[in-house]
Design a protein around this ligand. Structure first.
Ligand code: PHE
Length: 489
C-alpha cells in the first residue's frame, strides 16, 4: 500500500517534502510509510533525508479541557453575574477538581474575588486555555507565554517526532519494486537470466549463534577429571546426596559430639529421618573403636549411640563416598586402588561472597601397602603441577579421620600471596582397621572445592555469580571456551 503510493507519487512529482504530511494526505500509517522509505532507500529506489521535530501533544487533562473547557471557565460561569455566592455552595455545585483548580486559576487571572462569598470581578471572560489547546491540536503555532503556561500546568508535553523529508527518485528508481533473488538456490541459478540478484552486503553482521554455553564449573571439572584419569585414577560413584551420619561421620572416626555434627553445620533430613540398613558387624567395630579404641588406639571414651549414626543428612563431604568405597574394597582380597570423585556436598552455612550452602568437592585417594607422607606430598605436587600450580606449601592441620593432616597452599601469581587450596592427610588406623583392610595398607587422600579454583582461573570474585539462583548468565556466556596457559589466569 504505502510502497505503491510512494513510488507512484514520485512518478509524477519531484519530491515528498514531509513523510508525516504525505501519510496524513494519503490516509496511511506514518510508521509504515517510514519503514517503506527506509527499505526503498536501502535499494536506492529513492533518496531521502531524515527529519526530526519536536511536536506538542495534549496530555489527558489537556484533551479534556480542549473538549469541555477549562476549570477556571466553568468556575467563572458558576458565579452569578450580579451579587455573589457562598464558597460552600460553589463547592457543592461544582466537580471537586473544577472547584479546586478553577478557583486558583480564576483568582490568579483576576476574574473573581475570593472570600467567604465569591463574586465576579469582570463581566465577560474568554476561555483562552481551551482555545490554545485546540490550536495545538490543529498543529498551529502558539506564542511563547501561552506555551509555557500550558506546559507548567501539564496540559501539553513535547514529543520527539521522526520522519523523512526530500524524498526523491534514486538511481534505481522504478514505479514498481523488482523482486531480487537473495539466495543461490538451484532454481535461481537455473533461471539466472530472468532474475536480478541482490548485491551482497559484506558489512552486515552475522546472526549471533543461538548455542548453548558450558558453565565454568563444568569446564574446570573436566580439567580435573582429565588430570585424574591421566594419572590412572578411577571415578567413585557419587550419586547419593543423602547419606547416613554413619558413613558421613562415624565410619570416619568423627566423634558424635563433634561440632560439625550439629544441625547448625549440617542439613539433617526430616523424611526419611533415619537410614534403614547398615552393615551390622562393621557398625559394631566402629562403635568399639569410638568407645574404647583398639588397633593401638585409646578411642574417645564416650557412649556411642546408634540413633546418632542412623540420622540421615545431606552429605557434608565426598569423603563419605570414600569411606563406603574403602569398606567395599576391604571385603575382597586386597588390590591397590586410586580413586577420585567430583560432586556436590552440602553445609548449613551463612551464604556470602565465598561461601555457599552447596558446592562441589574434588577428592582423590590412593590406597596401597606401605604408603608414606612423602608419597602424599609427591602425588599432590604432581596433581597440582598439571593444573599449573607448581609452587606448593603444606601446613600441619587436624581432621578427625587423618593423621598426619596437611592444608595445601599454592602461590597465587595474580594475588601475589599464598592461598589455601585444599586439605589432605593419611587416613587413621581407627578408620581403616575396623573396615578390615590389611594392617600395612595406608591411604593417602586429599580434598578441595571445585568452586575455588574455578573462581581463581576465571577471575570471578563472587561465588554467587557462579553458582546458585543468582548466577550471572551473561558471565557464563562471555567466558572463554578454553584458556590457553592456566598459569596466566
Ligand atoms: N573431607 C575434607 C573436607 O571436607 C577433605 C579431605 C579429604 C581431607 C580427604 C583429608 C582427606 O574438607
Amino acid at each position: 500500500m504505502a510502497e505503491e503510493a510512494i513510488l507512484g507519487f514520485l512518478q509524477n512529482n519531484d519530491e515528498i517534502s514531509d513523510s508525516g504530511q504525505f501519510a496524513a494526505e494519503h490516509n496511511l500509517n506514518h510508521d509504515e510509510v517510514k519503514n517503506v522509505i527506509k527499505s526503498l532507500q536501502g535499494f536506492r529506489y529513492i533518496e531521502a533525508k531524515e527529519l526530526k521535530r519536536e511536536t506538542l501533544v495534549l496530555t489527558d487533562e489537556g484533551k479534556k479541557y480542549a473538549e469541555e473547557g477549562s476549570p477556571e471557565f466553568h468556575f467563572f460561569l458558576a458565579i452569578p453575574e450580579e451579587g455573589s455566592i457562598s464558597k460552600e455552595d460553589l463547592e457543592k455545585n461544582l466537580d471537586a477538581s473544577v472547584f479546586k483548580i478553577g478557583s486558583t486559576q480564576a483568582a490568579k487571572k483576576k476574574w473573581v474575588a475570593m472570600g467567604k462569598q465569591v463574586s465576579r470581578k469582570v463581566q465577560h471572560v474568554e476561555d483562552k486555555v481551551k482555545e490554545s489547546l485546540l490550536q495545538i491540536q490543529q498543529g498551529l503555532e502558539l506564542d511563547k507565554e501561552n506555551l509555557t503556561s500550558l506546559k507548567t500546568r501539564k496540559l501539553i508535553v513535547t514529543q520527539g517526532w521522526t520522519g523523512y523529508s526530500d524524498v526523491k527518485k534514486g538511481p534505481n528508481y522504478a514505479p514498481k519494486r523488482k523482486i531480487f533473488a537473495t539466495d543461490l538456490t538451484r532454481e535461481n541459478l537455473q533461471n539466472w537470466k530472468e532474475l536480478e540478484f541482490k548485491e551482497y552486503n559484506f558489512n552486515a553482521m552475522g546472526q549471533p549463534l543461538d548455542a548453548g554455553h558450558l558453565h565454568p564449573i563444568l569446564k574446570v571439572r573436566k580439567q580435573f577429571k582429565d588430570i585424574f584419569c591421566q594419572m590412572g585414577f578411577e571415578e567413585m560413584p557419587t550419586n547419593n546426596f543423602v547419606e547416613s551420619s554413619f558413613w558421613n561421620f562415624d565410619a570416619l572416626f568423627q566423634p558424635q559430639q563433634h561440632p560439625a555434627r550439629d544441625s547448625h553445620d549440617t542439613f539433617f533430613l526430616k523424611a526419611p529421618s533415619t537410614t534403614r540398613k547398615l552393615p551390622e558387624d562393621y557398625v559394631e567395630r566402629v562403635k568399639q573403636v569410638h568407645e574404647s579404641g583398639g588397633y593401638g588406639s585409646r578411642g574417645y571414651n564416650y557412649e556411642w549411640k546408634r540413633e546418632e549414626a542412623n540420622k540421615n543428612l545431606l552429605r557434608t563431604h565426598t569423603t563419605a563416598v570414600s569411606s563406603r568405597m574403602l569398606y567395599a574394597l576391604a571385603k575382597g582380597p586386597f588390590t591397590p586402588k586410586k580413586y577420585f570423585s567430583i560432586d556436590r556436598v552440602f553445609r548449613n552455612e551463612a551464604v556470602d561472597r565465598t561461601h555457599l550452602a552447596e558446592f562441589h568437592q574434588i577428592e582423590g585417594l590412593i590406597c596401597d601397602r606401605g604408603l608414606t607422607l612423602g608419597d602424599l606430598i609427591g602425588v599432590l605436587k604432581e596433581f597440582f603441577k598439571r593444573l599449573g600450580m607448581s609452587e606448593l606449601r603444606f601446613k600441619p592441620a587436624y581432621n578427625p579421620y587423618t593423621e598426619p593432616s596437611m592444608e595445601i597452599f599454592s602461590y597465587h601469581e595474580g594475588l601475589k600471596k599464598w592461598v589455601e587450596i585444599g586439605n589432605s592427610g593419611m587416613f587413621r588406623p581407627e578408620m581403616l582397621q575396623p573396615m578390615g583392610l590389611p594392617e600395612d595398607v595406608r591411604v593417602i587422600a586429599w580434598g578441595l572445592s571445585l568452586e575455588r579454583p574455578t573462581m581463581i582461573l576465571y577471575g570471578i570474585d563472587n561465588i554467587r555469580d557462579l553458582f546458585g539462583h543468582k548466577v550471572d548468565l551473561d558471565l557464563i556466556k562471555r567466558n572463554p571456551i578454553c584458556r590457553i596457559g592456566i598459569e596466566s589466569a
